[in-house]
Design a protein around this ligand. Sequence first.
Ligand SMILES: [Zn+2]
Length: 103
Amino acid sequence: MTQVFVYIILPLVAVIAYFIYANTRPKAKLFCPACGTLAVPKQSRRGSIGVEIVLWLLLLVPGLIYSVWRLSGDTNACPACGARTLIPADSPVAVRMLSSRGE
Ligand SMILES: [Zn+2]
């Protein structure tokens, strides 16, 4: 049981803690190369909170795995065109495209 805890549950908790931390950071503006929008991206998450809660109530490990699966599927989407290929606003490509239109 101790080995299960050390090798499975502990890493999963660490991964969830990381995703929660990454998710609660202030959202930076991202650049959309598809339509040229510079905006705070909208989040889309797969799965459902209901299934997550049921799994957590039934057993610890399935709930953990499901939570990791949901959180790892978070994606940034362009609020204007819905593209998922957003890049940091300070990346060379974004800087070049923004400066070419005078921003
Ligand atoms: Zn876009």
